[in-house]
Every structure is written in C-alpha cells, then in structure tokens.
Design a protein around this ligand. Structure first.
Ligand code: PLP
Length: 395
C-alpha cells in the first residue's frame, strides 16, 4: 500500500521529514562528552513540555507501557493500594499491570466514553482516613474513546480530602498536543512516549517525576532494575545512561522539541483544537456520534466514532486500508467493531485531515453507510475556512 498517505491512527503518528533526517546520524560514543551535550537540552526541553520546573525527566528506551511500569515500580511496594478509574482500554491496561505487580487496585468502574470522575475519587479518598491509598492513577487522554479528563479536578479532589497519595498521570496521547501542566496540576509522575505528539518513532518512554515521587523511591520495594529512576538519574549526573541509549531517538527528540518551540506550544495546542474541530464537524454532518459523552470530554488528538447499528467498524477500517491505502484506528476493547478512530495529532495540517475525512467518507459510502458523500468534508472545510489563519502549517 501507499506510504505516501498520512496515517490517521492515534499514534504512532506521521514523522516529518525534518525529524527523519535528524535521526539519520552516525553512531556516537554514548560515554563521550558529545553525548552528554546532546542529552541535556532534550531533558530541559521536555520539562517545558510537561510544564514542570521542579520535576526530573527520565528517558527509557521503551514505549509508554514501560513508562507505566517505571512509575509504579519505583514508588510502590507489593500490596500497596492504588485508586484507578476504568473508562477505556488504556486505563484498563494500567490497572492490569498494577494487578500483575501485586498491588491492591481499587477500581472505580465508569462507562466507556466518560472521563475520570473527580467526585467519585473525592468520595473514595475522603473515606480512606487511614491513607491506605498510596497512589491515584489517571489516564489524561483515553485513546480508546477519545476522552480527555480533567486532571486539575482530580488534584482538587485529592487536596479537598487532604490526601497525601501520589498522583500519576498517563499523558501518552496528550503530551505535546494538548496543554499539560505537571506543576500546576500537582502531578507526581507523568508518563508519555516518543511516537505521538513528539512525531517520532516508537522507542522512548518519557517520564517526568516530581520531588515527592523521588522521595517515595527510597521506601518502595517493588522490584525494578532496568527502570530504576535512581540508576538513570545517577547516570545523567555523569552525563550518560546506565545502559546503551537510543542515540538516534535522542537526536530526534532534540529536533522535535525545536519544532514544537518554533511553532510555539500554545500554537501547537491551538492547531490540534482546530484540526479536531473539523473532524467533529464532519462526524456531526455524517449524523454519527462520538464515543465521548459530552463536549467537555472531547479529545483534541483522537476522535472515536460510533458506527450505526448493524455495521462493523473493523470492516470499515479494513476497507479503507485495502482500497485507498489509508490507515484509521480500529475500535478497542468494548468498542471493538462498534467504533473507529481518527487520530488527529502530531504532524498534521488541515489539508491532510481533509484527505483523511475524504477517504473515510468514500469507504463509508462504498459500504452503504447512511451518510451523504461529501457532507463531512464540506463541514470540515467550513470549519477550517472559518478558523483559517489561526494555525501555522507544520509538516
Ligand atoms: N496510554 C495511552 C493513553 C496510549 O494511547 C498508549 C498507546 O497507544 C499507551 C498508554 C501505551 O503506550 P505504548 O503503546 O507506547 O506502550
């Protein structure tokens, strides 16, 4: 199939040529001062993107899942209680990981399409007068349902209950695309990856750790070696890594950060809002509905779209790929067969998004979906025309 088309899966995202070129570098001695010189600005730049001055950035050669594991194994001990809400595939997988690590997981079950329920967190935390709960885990942007949760509200629930638990946040599919305020929201550990907002290949878990979380590392007894924050921070202090680093990805990160800062983080966020607005206008024009239950929950990086009764979203995604060579996201977990996803994050312009909307519209028309061909594209065009000039192209 064509490798000319952008992908519309919600990560890994399209890699701009500038970043592909930046990663084409010859091997360098990772124990040399030159490597130390390359690493330092990457960690400093990441701090800006996470919105932290006091946090430490730790980069693991791993994917986001490795970041989850680093977060829990560095700060918790077997049998510790954690509080988590389940409202999609990724919150579910983090829960599963906690259970497999022998943690006592208190799960707040929520309908898929809803977000982190700050009121129910508040109730659970207020009832926990003995402070058994050691950490609250939240998925900021649930990629399976296209739902963005309010992290500040979760922090307010914790503060309202006077609860000292750590706040751990998965921002794998939101960081560098939607606003994230680690310090402002009182996040203790934030976990992300290289292959979404940073527009790079998969392979680096990017973790930000607050001073409070670093204190918890000393008492925590879950086993960890590869993911030990202390080994990593100790090695950084000497300018390197405790093991062989993914050199090319670090060069890619440096260039990615430059691109993000050249565009301006606020402009990056505004571009994602605008791109998402066009996709939502198309969904509305097709007469379909989003999995996300209400506008305050709509994600600016991914839209999960319910297919009409009697249709199979897997068949739609397969048809779009087989016939037009374009990739869209399938429905995950509870949404398997019931929803498809359009990823609209990373290196994208409105013109690129319009191509994706045109293709999925053709695929729906081919499969006799009850939509009017052209209606979604026209609605998105109207949105982009009305908001033109609010984005700088970035590709
Ligand atoms: N969390 C979220 C919200 C995700 O979207 C993903 C992957 O798509 C992950 C975690 C897992 O990350 P990875 O696939 O990089 O291990």
């Amino acid at each position: 199939m064509s490798d000319q088309n952008p992908v519309f899966i919600p990560g890994p995202t399209n890699i701009p040529d500038r970043l592909r070129r930046a990663m084409q570098v010859q091997t360098m001695d990772h124990r040399s001062p030159a490597f130390a010189g390359a690493l330092a600005p990457v960690r400093a730049g990441c701090k800006r993107v996470f919105g932290t001055e006091t946090g430490e950035i730790v980069l693991f050669p791993a994917s986001g899942t490795g970041g989850w594991e680093a977060a829990i194994t560095n700060t918790l001990s077997p049998g510790d209680t954690v509080l988590v809400a389940r409202y999609g595939m990724f919150s579910h997988r983090w829960i599963d990981m906690c259970q497999r690590h022998g943690l006592d997981v208190r799960i707040i079950e929520c309908p898929w399409g809803s977000g982190a329920p700050a009121d129910r967190f508040a109730e659970a935390l207020q009832a926990d007068s003995g402070h058994e709960i050691k950490a609250v885990l939240v998925t900021h942007n649930e990629t399976a349902t296209g739902v963005r949760s309010d992290i500040a509200a979760v922090r307010a629930a914790m503060d309202g209950a006077g609860h000292p638990a750590l706040l751990m946040v998965d921002c794998v599919s939101s960081l560098a695309s939607m606003p994230f305020e680690m310090d402002g929201w009182g996040v203790d550990i934030a976990v992300s990856g290289s292959q979404k907002g940073f527009m790079l290949m998969t392979g680096m878990a990017i973790v930000a750790v607050s001073p409070k979380a670093l204190e918890a590392v000393e008492a925590a007894t879950l086993p960890r070696t590869y993911f030990d924050f202390r080994d990593m921070l100790g090695a950084y202090a000497n300018g390197g890594f405790p093991y062989t680093p993914p050199l090319q990805l670090i060069f890619g990160m440096d260039e990615s950060l430059k691109m993000l800062f050249e565009e301006g983080l606020e402009n990056v966020y505004a571009r994602h809002t605008r791109l998402a607005g066009g996709v939502r206008a198309a969904v509305n024009a097709w007469g379909l509905r989003l999995v996300a239950q209400s506008p305050d929950l709509y994600s600016d990086t991914v839209s999960a779209i319910c297919v009409p009764e009697g249709f199979d979203s897997n068949a739609l995604v397969n048809h779009a790929f087989a016939t037009y060579g374009m990739s869209f996201g399938t429905g995950l977990g509870e949404m398997n067969g019931r929803a498809f996803r359009i990823g609209h994050l990373g290196s994208l312009t409105d013109a690129m998004v319009l191509s994706g909307l045109a293709v999925i519209e053709m695929a729906m028309a081919d499969l006799d979906y009850p939509i009017t061909p052209g209606s979604g594209v026209a609605a998105a065009q109207a949105h982009y025309r009305a908001t033109a000039g609010t984005q700088r192209a970035q590709a």
